[in-house]
Design a protein around this ligand. Structure first.
Ligand code: XMP
Length: 326
């Protein structure tokens, strides 16, 4: 019968059999799937696994630290963190077009990841066992969808390691291939991963880069990171995390509106709250959040985030809107 601990035991045995005494690497995105896959493989083969986390500078507040500290503390995994924010920001300079941004982020991600891979392979060469395996957090719906070439598969190729060139010649280790998201969360829990990782809401690979309408700059990222952190804090405090699918916060960087604060006129940017409920992100409805929660988020953002003087609510379902604005 299906129990989480059966799945864990069975997968650990399979991973050991597959990898043997060779080495494996795994890209961490900060998301649930790659974290659970990595934790499972770590449990099976210990230090034969190295994880790579590319910090593109488009992460939300506390996200990189969560991977660096909490994930490592919970799993004891060997982690290579690559701080590539300068590189991503330079590549994104002057770019406002959403698709262009996505392409640039995807391309830079692959370059940085490949470079890290090469370093790990080189280092591993010294101690003998070659790196032959690449761990991926592919889920059952991903397997099904990638056959059909759907929009979702395309979206995911932006950040999944699956977007890597085929000439890398790694064998794939995909211990979550038969599982659905809720089962993956249960496995993560069984492996002792912290709640904040296991219960995370989806977050796009291109990160905050596609939540700034307009050019992505360090200053704008800082503003958005603050606003996003406030919204998440208040939604969590109100106990709404599991009720909503996710709540993107979007900075309209090229828009300004007039406001008043204290005795003075302001001329700042709006941020958009985009809370949605969904089963699978293919369709979504806008979440009817309690007014008092919306009010708290609005008050705090306009008080605490300089240069943001207006908070607006997106009440569009998907379709016709998408969940993300870009
Ligand atoms: P849309 O905006 O297409 O988003 O309605 C559907 C879901 O996918 C997430 N999303 C992404 N996830 N890489 C990802 O890993 C991406 O490039 C990407 N773009 C959108 C989005 O957050 C939502 O959950």
């Amino acid at each position: 019968s299906w129990t989480t601990s059966n799945v864990v035991d069975e997968q650990i045995a399979l991973i050991r059999e597959q990898v043997g005494d060779k080495r494996a690497i795994c890209g961490l995105s900060g998301g649930v799937d790659s974290a659970v896959a990595a934790a499972l493989v770590q449990k099976a083969i210990g230090d034969q696994l190295t994880c790579v986390y590319v910090d593109h500078g488009l992460m939300r507040k506390g996200e990189t630290e969560q991977v660096e500290k909490d994930f490592v503390a919970a799993t004891g995994v060997q982690l290579k963190v690559v701080d590539a924010s300068e590189r991503f920001l330079a590549a994104l300079a002057g770019v406002s077009d959403p698709e262009e941004k996505r392409k640039i982020i995807g391309r830079e991600f692959i370059r940085v990841f490949e470079q890290a891979q090469a370093e790990i392979v080189a280092e591993a060469g010294v101690t003998g066992a070659p790196v032959e395996f690449l761990v991926q957090g592919t889920l059952y719906p991903d397997v099904v969808e990638s056959g059909g070439g759907t929009g979702t598969a395309n979206i995911k190729s932006h950040h999944n390691v699956g977007g890597l060139p085929e000439d890398l010649q790694f064998q794939l280790v995909e211990p979550l291939r038969k599982l659905f998201k809720d089962e993956v969360r249960m496995v993560g829990q069984e492996l002792g991963l912290p709640e904040e990782i296991v219960q995370r809401q989806p977050f796009p690979g291109p990160g905050l880069g596609i939540r700034i309408v307009g050019e992505v700059t360090r200053e704008r990222l800082d503003l958005l990171r603050e606003a996003d952190a406030i919204a998440r804090e208040e939604l969590t405090a109100a106990g709404l995390d599991r009720e909503i699918w996710q709540c993107p916060v979007v900075l309209l960087a090229d828009v300004r509106s007039v406001g008043v604060q204290g005795d003075g006129r302001t001329y700042g940017h709006p941020v958009v709250l985009r809370p949605v409920s969904s089963e699978d992100a293919m369709t979504a409805d806008w979440s009817r959040l309690p007014y008092d929660v919306l009010a708290r988020i609005s008050t705090r953002i306009t008080n605490e985030v300089s240069d943001v003087n207006r908070v607006v609510l997106d009440v569009t379902s998907k379709p016709p809107g998408t969940i993300e604005w870009e």
